[in-house]
Design a protein around this ligand. Structure first.
Ligand code: ASP
Length: 333
């Protein structure tokens, strides 16, 4: 039997009703007791790292989770992380950058209903997460939800209430879980080297969603407070040039300050391509302007936070950003 460590961090799965609404209160042991069938699957140890609604998760929490995995890495065959669904995709992306080349599965899961609710999805998701965590063919950071195994860099919460809350964006599910069995859609060689752990993140990353008529002055206001900017632009990507107001000047100020701007799209699928339209091509050549291409916004944010402590050099930032990590960037050949 494999040894799996449960790291509990809160979320609806661990919530109880209070006068003010649901609040994570159940501990790792309470959660485990609700799924007695796990005893026949693997040996489980449990650790309560925090107990938060995932709205309150911060980059410091991601570092704490990565540190916890590092401290226990050699003692376990896999890890299950229970987590709120609201920011689970960000945590999955962040852990992918903080713990690289892991040959062991690091599986995030949660639920839309508390594990104490009668109609909960928590018991199934938890069992499935352990099934994935003890599987010989799976590795790296994965998200398990509603019978699906999703790569940590491709996940997004796409439904607020339904049980199928997560989607894999522009990438196939890694595997399917049905009645205690796994169907692998994607089989890859496990990393043969030792895992690489990182212990720094720079949280000074801002995401700006463009709306028609936005004043580019906002970029100047953000410049002193943030070290990287992600602009969710329209369609395949571009920045407006109104009569008196040109985003290009505001973008150059970031470039002159040695701070990167990543242009992505607010369209849910198929990514950006700044070179299609003049509104994109005219900004694409500015030093420090990068584009997300096929990366999700969650992955872009986490990747920038991971890159920024490593270098101030814009071309090195670009090289790191454009180097694919665990399917975050899908390249056409
Ligand atoms: N607000 C909750 C959380 O993210 C939602 C959930 O877990 O489903 O912690």
């Amino acid at each position: 039997m494999k040894n799996i460590l449960l790291i509990a961090t809160g979320g609806t799965i661990a919530s109880r009703p209070t006068a003010d609404g649901l609040l994570p209160q159940l501990l790792a042991g309470d959660i485990l007791r609700c799924v007695p069938s796990l005893a026949g699957l693997c040996h489980v140890d449990a650790l309560q790292l925090m107990n938060l609604d995932s709205t309150n998760i911060t980059p410091d929490c991601w570092l704490a989770i990565a540190r916890c995995i590092r401290e226990h890495y050699d003692d376990y065959d896999g890890f299950v992380l229970t987590h709120g669904t609201d920011t689970m995709a960000y945590t999955a992306a962040a852990l992918t950058y903080l713990v690289q080349s892991s040959a062991k599965p690091i599986v995030l899961t949660g639920a839309q209903k508390s594990i104490y609710s009668e109609d909960t999805d928590a018991r199934r998701n938890l069992f499935d997460a352990f099934l994935a965590a003890q599987d010989d063919a799976l590795f790296g950071v994965l998200l398990v939800f509603d019978g699906r195994v999703i790569a940590g860099t491709r996940a997004r919460k796409t439904r607020t209430k339904s049980m199928n809350a997560f989607s894999s964006i522009d990438y196939p599910d890694v595997a399917l879980l049905r009645e205690g069995r796994i169907l692998h859609y994607i089989r890859e060689d496990k990393p043969s080297c030792a895992p690489v752990f990182y212990d720094r993140l720079n949280p000074r990353v801002f995401v700006l969603r463009l709306i028609p008529g936005m004043n580019p002055d906002v970029l100047g206001l953000l410049l002193s407070r943030y070290d990287a900017l992600v602009i969710e632009s329209f369609g395949v990507g571009g920045l407006p040039c109104y009569e008196q107001e040109d985003f290009l000047c505001a973008v150059r100020a970031w470039s002159d300050a040695g701070k990167p701007i990543v242009i992505t799209t607010q369209v849910p699928h198929e990514g950006s391509d700044l070179y299609v339209y003049q509104v994109g091509a005219r900004v694409a050549g500015t030093p420090g302007v990068l584009q997300a291409q096929t990366m999700t916004v969650e992955a872009v944010v986490a990747k920038l936070m991971w890159i920024l402590p490593q270098t101030y050099d814009l071309s090195e930032i670009a090289a790191l950003f454009e180097a694919p990590v665990a399917h975050d960037l899908l390249l056409f050949s």
